[in-house]
Design a protein around this ligand. Sequence first.
Ligand code: 6GU
Length: 227
Amino acid sequence: MRIDIITVSPELIKSPFEHSILKRAQNKGLVEVYFHNLRDYALNKYGKIDDYQFGGGAGMVLMIEPVDKLISELMAEREYDEIIYMTPDAKTLNQSTANQISSLKNIIILTGHYKGVDQRIRDQFITQEISIGDYVLSGGELAAAVLCDAVIRLIPGVLGDETSALTDSFQDNLLAPPVYTRPANYQGIEVPKVLLSGDFPKIEAWRHEKAIERTKAIRPDLYTPED
Ligand code: 6GU
């Protein structure tokens, strides 16, 4: 997979890609990530990329021209499956969206700033708009990093243990069950006995039950009873 990220603050978004699983995924050649500084496509030598909004109102808006130049340049080089715009006024990211994106070959992620981007960019280029939750961030960079993390860990071969992404919270619309490790008894606080039983069908049943309990208590909106 190839990800091209368009940003006005490359430094703000680079660091998560230089550590841990995202770094390993790149080192293994499973994903290539390129950062493009929108300011390199500015209209003038002062680096102008934004302007006041028509009709008045506070806040600057990213202009269409620098974005058009940059996206057109990328599109001339290869085909993109999706051109994604990170913005709080969009549908919220969930596991199903992350799964879908993880199977794509080439994507562009445009991160917004200020008051957002000229609507014509959204109309002309953007194929998918994603928010990461019902709150406002200062820019789309951190949101793009969140999206990339959620997506990249799902690419086959990225996680050492192939099953571990499948048992994450949300893969089955349930929150993950509680987990425990040694010691089995810490100052009198004990681990649930069933986990020490060695009876794996029973352990699976217990985990499923706990996952349902947790989901009903914390995220009833996710819970759909099985037939
Ligand atoms: Cl994608 N961008 C910004 N600026 N704020 C957000 C967001 C995105 N998702 C949630 N809040």
